[in-house]
Ligand binder design. Structure first.
Ligand code: ISL
Ligand code: CA
Length: 555
């Protein structure tokens, strides 16, 4: 494969969560025409590829990740004609479009499932995973990601169906070749329209361990841990290779697999070009470092040493063997400036430092809407202001387990997915310029201060810093090609690394703390012949780094 085939290695992806991006008709819900109106803004930022979270027909139990019809557009978002226009406008601006491919499960309102439920001998029965109960209980002890068991009992046929996510998201049965063929046909429908690739939702969960054995029961947990039996399962590579052969290899696509529970060793198997599976995956390891045992809601502070060790491990392991995706944010994660930075007095400094720290690594960077203006987490006081099924179900489950309201809200403030899903803040008008109606979820009250309009007016804004990072990636091949070496490994406050390629070197030094820190003397001598090419303070001296300062040097 030559580098023109691997164009996505030089690209930067921008993720749009359509429901919250821009509403064109005042119904309070973002839509496709709303996105078209903002394409010039994305072009100005300089991104190459747009990844759209699901826009397909859906009853919205999980905001579109529960698809009722793969080949229709969600009414609230517009029509197929709007979609065709969106694609055309994106291509006209020399950008590309990546669709969300959600094929581990469908909505329970998808025609296949409606049929499947009818009777045990319905031709669609085997499109999903149905089992008899065991001793009057569910077929196994797996829990769902959205609280409660992963099985739902169906009275009509006296069997249970598997749903790793909500009970309105039944898992498809990938063992059934007909299911696979249906999916491949559907993918071709979109590729024939001209879309440029897919982000594949929890794609490493499509192969389940035969027999669906119980998971280990950890103390304090309501359910067994099914993950080892449904993540990276026995036929996963076979399925992906088949999909690649039958579909992807016939089009010039970019593909990224969302893959929780995946190590760098797994990632190499998924992304080594010679294996013909996907181009890159989303790892979760760095997103789990601030969780205590028992899952994301059990909070733990981030230790910088853990983050450094983890990211360095992925960088070195995948070099020349696979390909990384680089991300801090998406629609499932809290806002990075509130999480690993300081969203109060050092919002701009920490947002830009975090951006620099990530964007000089090897891999394809992903920017999530609002990240480029430093949008922050929210703290709604009442549960009914939250919209996310994961948050609402977790609240009820923890309440019944005896947690206090305050304890649960603390977890939601830190980790709830709605942190990322409040409307995009375009200006300081009512509802932040997102809608003229009533937004489907409350706007973050900080929109007066944090919005696109003011970012565009300030040449030192986070927006222009991202713009610079994207431009530098196009200019400096070392960012795409270079190897990675962690520097100052044990330093508790500085994250520093070196990239090397041919005769060139690039060094990134980031202060993750809110205090000044003296530069390490030895490193200072080593970089005396380097030139600073970027800093997130108006002027910088590398002898002392100020709070959340980032400096990038080359030689
Ligand atoms: O965000 C999470 C909560 O901890 C993850 O468990 C998340 O559910 C997991 O990363 C899978 O995410 C993807 O599939 C889900 C959907 O809800 C997410 O929005 C999507 O990104 C089911 O389709
Ligand atoms: Ca709308």
């Amino acid at each position: 494969m030559n580098t023109t085939d691997q164009w996505w290695k030089k690209s930067v992806v921008y993720q749009i969560y359509p429901r919250s991006f821009h509403d064109s008709n005042g119904d309070g819900i973002g839509d496709l025409p709303g996105i078209i109106e903002k394409l010039d803004y994305l072009k100005l930022l300089g991104v190459d590829i747009i990844w759209l979270s699901p826009i397909y027909d859906s009853p919205n139990d999980d905001n579109g990740y529960d698809i009722r019809n793969y080949q229709e557009i969600m009414n609230e978002f517009g029509t197929m004609a709007d979609f065709d226009q969106l694609l055309e406008e994106i291509h006209k601006r020399d950008m590309k479009l990546m669709m969300d491919l959600v094929v581990n499960h469908t909505s329970d309102e998808h025609e296949w499932f409606v049929q499947s439920k009818q009777s045990k001998d319905n031709p669609y029965r085997d499109y999903y995973i149905w089992r008899e109960g065991k001793d009057g209980k569910a077929p196994n002890n797996w829990g769902s990601f959205f609280s409660g068991p992963a099985w739902e009992y169906d009275e009509a046929t006296n069997e249970y169906y598997l749903h790793i996510f909500s009970k309105k998201q039944p898992d498809l049965n990938w063992e059934n070749p007909k299911v696979r063929q249906e999916i491949y046909q559907m993918m071709k429908f979109w590729l024939e329209k001209g879309v440029d690739g897919f982000r594949m939702d929890v794609i490493n969960m499509i192969s389940k361990a035969p027999g669906l054995p119980d998971g280990e029961q950890h103390s304090g947990q309501l359910f067994g841990d099914g993950a080892p039996n449904f993540m990276n399962g026995p036929r996963i590579h076979e399925f992906l290779q088949e999909m690649n052969k039958e579909v992807l290899s016939q089009y010039p696509t970019i593909t990224v697999g969302e893959m929780p529970g995946t190590t760098p060793e797994d990632a190499i198997l998924y992304t080594n070009p010679e294996r013909h599976e996907v181009n890159m995956i989303f790892t979760f390891e760095h997103m789990d470092l601030d969780s205590a045992p028992g899952g994301k809601w059990n909070l733990k502070p981030l230790y910088l040493l853990d983050l450094k060790e983890n990211l360095a491990k992925w960088q070195t392991a995948l070099h020349n063997k696979g390909w990384n995706s680089l991300y801090w944010n998406n629609h499932d994660q809290p806002r990075i400036v509130s999480r690993f930075g300081n969203d109060e007095e050092y919002r701009v400094e920490s947002a830009t430092m975090l951006a620099a720290c990530l964007h000089f690594m090897q891999g394809t960077p992903y920017i999530y809407q609002g990240e480029e203006i430093g949008m922050t987490n929210v703290k709604f006081s009442a549960l009914d202001e939250y919209r996310d099924i994961e948050t609402i179900n977790m609240y009820k489950e923890r309440k019944s387990q005896g947690y206090s309201h305050e304890e649960i809200m603390a977890s939601i403030y830190a980790k709830g997915r709605d942190n990322a899903r409040t409307p995009m803040q375009w200006d300081d008008e009512e509802h932040a310029g997102f809608t003229t109606g009533t937004p489907w979820i409350k706007v973050n009250p900080r929109y007066h201060e944090v919005n696109v309009k003011s970012a565009l007016e300030d040449k030192n804004s986070i927006f222009y810093f991202y713009q610079k990072l994207i431009a530098l990636r196009k200019e400096l091949d070392i960012i795409v090609e270079g190897d990675f070496q962690l520097l100052l490994q044990d330093h508790p406050q500085l994250f520093a690394y070196k990239r090397k390629w041919q005769e060139e070197s690039l060094i990134v030094i980031c202060n993750f703390g809110d205090k000044d820190v003296d530069m390490d003397n030895e490193l200072l001598t080593r970089i005396s012949d380097y030139n600073a090419i970027l800093s997130n303070y108006p002027s910088s001296s590398i002898e002392k780094l100020r709070p959340f300062e980032a400096v990038v040097l080359t030689r």
